[in-house]
Write a protein that binds this ligand. Structure first.
Ligand SMILES: [Zn+2]
Length: 93
């Protein structure tokens, strides 16, 4: 995978700084994020791509495409679009 990792890392670091002050909740589950947790803690902040990199690589450095999420929420979401209710079981099969 060739992506501009340095520019992305810089932007993510900047967003970490901004969000570390504003402390917005996780946009996937709505719960508070532990902004003081170590980087790979499941409750720590992860920068989520609203439109996944895999399908929208040109949006990787667009701020409006980046939202605060938990490490665990971002990880469990993967490249799928967010479900309306995390943890809810879909009844209509
Ligand atoms: Zn979350």
């Amino acid at each position: 995978m060739t992506r501009d990792s340095r520019a992305e890392r810089d932007l993510h670091a900047e967003l970490h700084g901004l969000w570390g002050i504003a402390r917005p909740p996780c946009w996937l589950c709505g719960q508070p994020i532990d902004y003081d947790a170590p980087a790979h803690d499941p409750d720590a902040l992860d920068v989520d791509h609203v439109k996944p990199y895999s399908t929208h690589p040109h949006l990787a450095l667009v701020r409006s495409n980046l939202r605060p999420s938990h490490v665990r929420c971002n990880r469990s979401r993967g490249a799928r679009p967010p479900r309306p209710e995390i943890g809810a079981v879909a009844e209509e099969w």
